[in-house]
Design a protein around this ligand. Structure first.
Ligand SMILES: *Cc1c(COP(=O)(O)O)cnc(C)c1O
Length: 411
């Protein structure tokens, strides 16, 4: 190409800082071996698909086909989402004790879009937000883009990844806009007890810093000792924003539909809700076809579908614990919800493994097995596996991790 007079390249330094650790690992930093005597097994993304043993229920497939065939949903909708689609969210999740209506719902591009909308609506440059570590890292590129500071509070792997509340409290100041909580947790596969949620709420109340709850795994606990509770129901007085999506629980992450629900109790979020609606006018609504499908999906997909999915995830969690327990140098933390498991790495056992990134890179190169280092989730010395895979594949992962460890133990 003849560049002619185009000699000065455009730059936008603030944007060049923006980093999504998972996507960067997958698309840039890690290289899948081009040839290998073992086939690739990829445990990086929470993608419950047919190939991974999670076919869609008929209702979901019919919903999108009907939306296409009706030819009624090829135009624009309201910026915050079609009224019918928002009403479907109300019908599914609003309760008598914790009510909200369709004007409190903004439909977005997946749960990611809900996060971006709420962070943007709530925060100005110089503000800070408290987020969990280990935690889902989308908040990093979002806050980098907005000039907002992230402050990490710690989850305790020794105590089922409950929040170390003192690490929240010590970081709150008058620029703290909200505390982000994720329950059930990606990446930890943990579920909060009701008592723990009450403690978190009490802390938020004491400091008058609202909670924003990422509940994309709504209802997805599969351990009787840890039933799922929504923050909206544990306390029906506090102002609260929750995130949801069909991505994970309905097994269609690629369809890109999520939402934010504003529990605007006492009108506390009046200004923020208005901001969210204005921002929705920039990026406009998610696909009108998927919005229309949402109505049928939320109404017609039977409870038995979730029971089946959760039973499979529980089997996967048990299997992963079984195959990884007893391998010297790694220690799985049993998963009780969502679709992930964290595995602790005991670096002292190994000769030549620097850290979790090094562990995962070498595991990929030597065993063609791809798992994500906990550095992607702001934490050290762990890796995350996804559980939505067939049991044979989880067994195979266990074998490869075992062989890998044997090749790297201290002599
Ligand atoms: C997957 C995930 C998201 C992103 O969801 P999308 O609907 O795919 O945008 C957000 N938060 C958590 C905790 C997740 O696991």
């Amino acid at each position: 190409m003849d560049s002619g007079k185009w000699t000065k390249k455009p730059v936008a330094s603030a944007r060049s800082e923006v980093l999504n650790p998972i996507r960067t690992t997958l698309e840039k930093d890690f290289k899948i071996p081009e040839t290998h005597d073992k086939n690739l097994i990829n445990f990086t993304l929470g993608e419950p698909t047919k190939a991974n043993g999670y076919p869609l229920p008929d209702e979901t497939k019919e919903a999108i086909i009907e939306a296409v065939e009706s030819e009624k949903y090829n135009g624009y909708t309201h910026s915050s989402g079609h009224l019918d689609a928002r009403q479907a969210v109300v019908d599914k999740y609003s309760t008598e004790e914790a009510p909200f209506d369709k004007d409190d719902v903004v439909l977005t591009f997946g749960c990611s879009g809900a996060q971006y909308t709420v962070f943007s609506a709530m925060c100005e440059p110089g503000d800070n937000v408290l987020v969990p570590r280990p935690g889902f890292p989308l908040c990093l590129p979002i806050t980098q883009n907005l000039g907002v500071e992230l402050r990490y509070y710690d989850l305790d792997p020794e105590d089922e990844f409950s929040i170390k509340l003192d690490t929240v409290e010590s970081q709150i100041d008058d620029k703290t806009k909200f505390i982000l909580v994720v329950n059930p947790s990606n990446p930890c596969g943990s579920v909060f007890s009701k008592e723990h949620m009450e403690d978190i709420i009490a802390l938020a109340e004491k400091h008058q810093v609202p909670l924003v709850a990422d509940e994309i795994y709504y209802g997805f606990s599969y351990d009787d000792s840890k039933p799922f509770h929504s923050f909206a129901h544990v306390n029906t007085e506090i102002p609260l924003i929750t995130f949801g999506a069909i991505s994970k629980t309905y097994c269609v992450p690629g369809w890109r539909l999520g939402w934010a629900i504003v529990y605007n109790r006492g009108g506390y979020f009046d200004n923020i809700l208005a901001n969210m609606q204005k921002l929705a006018m920039i990026w406009l609504h998610p696909s009108s076809l998927v919005q229309q499908a949402l109505v049928k999906i939320l109404r017609d997909v039977p409870e038995s579908y979730f029971e089946k999915t959760k039973a499979k995830l529980k089997e996967a969690s048990d299997k992963a614990c079984e195959v990884l327990t007893g391998i010297r140098g790694v220690k799985p933390v049993r998963s009780k919800g969502a679709m992930y498991m964290m595995v602790l790495i005991e670096h002292d056992e190994f000769e030549d493994i620097e850290d979790d990134v090094d562990f995962c890179k070498k595991l990929l190169n030597e065993q063609n097995a791809f798992v994500l280092p906990s550095t992607c989730f702001f934490a050290k010395n762990m890796f995350r596996i996804v559980l939505c895979h067939p049991l044979e594949k989880i067994e195979e992962l266990g074998l490869r991790i075992n062989e890998f460890c044997e090749n790297h133990y201290k002599k």
